[in-house]
Write a protein that binds this ligand. Structure first.
Ligand code: NAP
Ligand code: MG
Length: 403
């Protein structure tokens, strides 16, 4: 059988622990036999990040800018324990944070719908995509403690001189203070990418925040979304029969739980962090959540939403065959290669991606699943190891594609 050629390479970012093992297995079992894979490879595994003092992460990010498509394995974000465990030279920043800082853009997370998986929330029939504004707010805030008798004020200087001084609080007892910010340009780029993604995916767009309480800060988000919609997207949305809804975050949560799904929900940074976990678990498993970072210039980085599954890796190192779910990592590959196929006019590669995704869903529908799906599975399941699951996906692919 002839392998499918690629017209341009994609950036491959290897990672850590159990997902690094799955990464290799997926390439051997599902990709290499069918695709003449061309990648520009970066090893973002923690050992190599340490050996390169994290330069490899920065190089990988610039490679995604150059080649327009990146596919990333989950990686360890080191904490104090990891510094000891790996004998690291320093506590490196989160690779995803570094990638986002260089590529900018918005992270879209979508559950992978499999008909035989029953969402914990019974009304959900179609996936809900969360768009998270991955910049600023509490993630870039400064904080400090206050003692009894302290006074906290918000001071803004303009051209070197004090411009505005607003009292925050006079502490009668101990407490805490926080100062957060965001930028109009970042909010606008976020809003723009959400409107564009909604049009591409033909989904309604919701945006929620708390402008009743945060009149200036969250009010700015609401106003930027509203202006961009009126000026640039209203006619396009109406032509597609799509709608844009602004509502308060608490109302959005209540509506989302009662909804059938099938829409794009744009969230501020913290809301997106929390809601994407809620949506993933509500639909069944974090291992069935795909994730893509879309930069303002249209570059895309695909990954799974979960981490390196450390607990399973420890069992793997003891010689067990863990039943870790490789689906989100497979979908990172199919998503990235499908996008590459679309960018480079390669319909064979697009078809391979679609067929491989179908093969995954067919395997699950046949009852063959990993352990995490057991509580939400509707049918008679057979729980298998990751390796066996991948073998079955390959069999499904072969029968489905007639290869
Ligand atoms: P995690 O790797 O997502 O795993 C947490 C738990 O969720 C696992 O122990 C497992 O539960 C379940 N799980 C996650 N993915 C699964 C899969 N594919 N199949 C089956 N079960 C799955 O999160 P973590 O343990 O908090 O973090 C581990 C490491 O990953 C950390 O070093 C963190 O820095 C890193 N991380 C990386 C990323 C990223 O690169 N994007 C994201 C998050 C975390 P059971 O043990 O109950 O089976
Ligand atoms: Mg989170």
């Amino acid at each position: 059988m002839d392998k499918i050629p690629m017209h341009a390479p994609v950036v491959e970012m290897d990672g850590d622990e159990m997902t690094r093992v799955l990464w290799q297995m997926i390439k051997e079992e599902l990709i290499a036999p069918f695709v003449e894979l061309q990648t520009v490879y970066f090893d973002l595994g923690l050992k190599n990040r340490d050996a390169t003092e994290d330069a490899v992460t920065v190089e990988a990010a610039y490679a995604v800018k150059k080649y327009h498509v990146g596919i990333k394995c989950a990686t360890i974000t080191p904490n104090a324990d990891r510094v000891r465990e790996y004998g690291l030279r320093r506590m490196y920043k989160s690779p995803n944070g570094t990638l986002r800082a260089i590529l900018d853009g918005t992270v879209f997370r979508t559950p992978i719908p499999a008909p035989c998986l029953m969402p914990y929330i019974r009304t959900w029939k179609k996936p809900i995509t969360i768009a998270r504004h991955a910049y600023g707010d509490i993630y870039r805030a400064v904080e400090c403690s206050a003692e009894a008798g302290d006074t906290a004020e918000l001071v803004v200087s303009r051209q070197g001189a004090e411009f505005l001084r607003t009292p925050i609080y006079r502490f009668e007892g101990a407490g805490v203070v926080q100062g957060a910010y965001n930028k109009d340009a970042s909010i606008e780029a976020f809003a723009d990418s959400c409107f564009r993604f909604a049009l591409e995916e033909k989904q309604d767009l919701w945006f929620s925040c708390k402008d009743t309480i945060s009149k200036t800060y969250d009010g700015r988000f609401r106003d930027i979304f509203a202006r961009l919609y009126e000026e640039k997207y209203k006619a396009l949305f109406e032509a597609e029969g799509l709608s844009y809804l602004y509502t308060l975050i608490d109302d959005a949560v209540a509506r989302a739980v009662r909804s059938e799904g099938g829409f794009l929900w744009a969230c501020k940074n913290y809301d997106g962090d929390v809601m994407s976990d809620m949506i993933a678990s509500g639909f069944g498993s974090i291992a069935m959540m795909r994730s893509v970072l879309v930069s303002p210039s249209g570059d895309r980085e695909y990954e799974a939403a979960h981490g390196t599954i450390t607990r399973h890796y420890r069992r793997y190192l003891r010689g067990e065959q863990p039943s870790s779910n490789p689906v989100a990592t497979i979908f990172a590959w199919t998503g990235g290669l499908c996008w590459s196929g679309k960018l480079n006019g390669n319909p064979q590669l697009v078809r391979w991606s679609c067929d491989m995704e179908k093969a995954v869903l067919q395997t699950i529908a046949s009852g063959c699943i990993t352990k995490d799906l057991l509580p939400v599975y509707n049918g008679t399941p057979e729980v298998v190891s990751s390796a066996e699951f991948l073998r079955r996906v390959r069999e499904s692919y072969l029968s489905l594609s007639g290869a």
